[in-house]
Design a protein around this ligand. Structure first.
Ligand code: RFL
Ligand code: PHB
Length: 411
């Protein structure tokens, strides 16, 4: 559908207000919002994506790196996987490392499904390019976005664009604006149940111009704290260190980072490959879910509705799964007025969200230094790691959760 734009000019002393109309107003141009816009476009449904930041900022934000097979399959289905096929690194397993031992978990052998390392920055860049090529409107640098009329038949979004105030009338609104967005807080008090847990630690993440010296990701338990060895390409490594939640990145000059990584990840005759660090940041870790993920004509998706600690590598994958369900439900609404899928959207999405919450919490509690002053927790962790080494059933359980449930199990 063509988006209609109508400009209403008021007398000179009043602000002019541009009013336009689309079928679905989408707030946020992260993986959730952009993927939803492309899924809707494929069904002939018009949408406008409203994003607070500018395009270079959105494309430059360093975040996730690990895509489940479902996510890769959806990117292929949407015909946006060209660069992913070329540059994505297919992985068949991961390593767990503790006390000098390394255990390979052969994901593909255990589940028949695989994982792909491909940076969220690239995913977002590919999605924005596809929106441009397919005429999907993405408006960057819009300010003061607010959603209105959510419990009526005619919701609308107001915002300040380059030319002044604007109003976007819609039939449905998708809140894809991340954890700190405006959509979730616009739902009236008392509607949502919110579940939250904040961890007392965070991750210091770096990108380095260094060839990875490992063929698979390494998740390492260490008395000094957790660390993770990941990558972005044969020349670029992505590494993380557990640090206190409120850590100042200035406390971590490059030499200290490499020293700590070698101490936590290194084993005899093997070292982490070092190189120039060109990105550094600290991320807090929290678990959060709001229920339901919808109110009237507003549907939340991705980090706007739930956050997982990154240890399970689930956040982006959950965001993409939400909009896969949401797009199908919206398509049924527009095709024949059938709202049964929209009514069930939250319930369908939350099944996978809670599974991912549990798995992300399990991986976090298994591998991080708990800092509660008691050695008891560490002994339990070592016992669980030992069980993974001894039991194929335990490895299979981890592998099934890590690669993600098949998409068809959701509706
Ligand atoms: P995003 O990506 O936060 O996008 C939301 C967008 O909304 C915009 N926005 C607004 N726009 C207009 N008006 C407003 N008022 C707005 N407020 C916000 C924002 O600017 C932004 O562009 O949410 P989305 O689309 O739900 O995607 C979620 C993922 O980004 C997130 O879950 C992942 O990055 C989490 N994550 C990982 N997920 C994985 O699946 N695999 C991983 O390996 C993985 N590793 C990670 C991660 C997240 C990390 N950090 C930094 C949080 C590793 C890290 C370190
Ligand atoms: C990443 O490559 O950024 C990454 C990989 C696995 C995780 C989290 C982040 O669990």
């Amino acid at each position: 559908m063509q988006n209609k734009i109508l400009r209403v000019d008021y007398p000179p002393n009043m602000h002019s207000l541009s009013v336009s109309r689309t079928q679905v107003g989408i707030v946020g141009a992260g993986p959730a919002g952009l993927t939803l816009a492309l899924l809707l476009e494929r069904c002939g449904i018009g949408s406008v994506v409203l994003e607070r930041r500018d395009r270079p900022y959105v494309e430059g934000r360093v975040r996730a790196g690990l895509l489940e097979q479902n996510t890769v399959d959806l990117m292929r289905e949407l015909d946006v996987a060209g660069r992913l096929e070329e540059h994505g690194l297919a992985h068949d397993g991961v390593y767990l490392r503790w006390q000098g031992q390394t255990l390979h978990i052969p994901m593909t052998e255990l589940t028949g499904r695989s994982i792909t390392v491909y940076g969220q920055q690239q995913v977002v860049g590919d999605l924005i390019d596809a929106c441009g090529e397919r005429g999907v409107e993405v408006r960057f640098e819009v300010e003061d976005v607010a959603v209105h009329g959510l419990d009526g038949e005619s919701p609308f979004i107001t915002f300040a664009g380059e030319e002044g105030e604007e109003r976007l009338d819609c039939e449905l609104i998708a809140g894809c604006d991340g954890f700190h967005g405006v959509c979730r807080p616009s739902i009236p008090a008392g509607v949502l149940n919110e579940y939250e847990y904040t961890y007392p630690f965070g991750w210091l993440g770096i990108l380095a111009a260094a060839a990875p010296t490992t063929d698979e990701l390494i998740y390492a338990w260490h008395e000094r704290g957790f660390s993770l060895y990941s990558m972005r390409s044969p020349e670029i490594s992505r590494l993380y260190l557990q640090v206190p939640a409120d850590e100042d990145v200035a406390e971590w000059p490059d030499e200290r980072i490499w020293e700590e990584l070698q101490a936590r990840l290194g084993v005899e005759d093997w070292r982490v490959g070092e190189g120039e660090i060109f990105d550094k940041g600290v991320t807090p870790m929290r678990s959060f879910v709001c229920e339901p993920m919808q109110f009237g004509r507003l549907f939340l998706a991705g980090d706007a509705a739930h956050i997982v600690p990154p240890t399970g590598a689930k956040g982006l994958n959950l965001a993409v799964n939400d909009v896969r369900l949401l797009a199908a439900a919206m398509a049924a609404h527009f095709a024949d007025g059938d709202d049964s899928l929209l009514d069930r959207y939250s319930e369908s999405a939350l099944r996978r969200v809670w599974r991912a919450q549990d798995f992300s919490n399990f991986m976090t509690q298994l591998l991080h230094r708990l800092d509660d002053g008691e050695p008891f927790g560490a002994r339990l962790q070592l016992s669980r790691l030992e069980q993974l080494r001894r039991s194929e059933a335990a490895r299979r359980n981890l592998a099934e959760n890590y690669v993600g449930l098949p998409a068809e199990d959701d509706f």
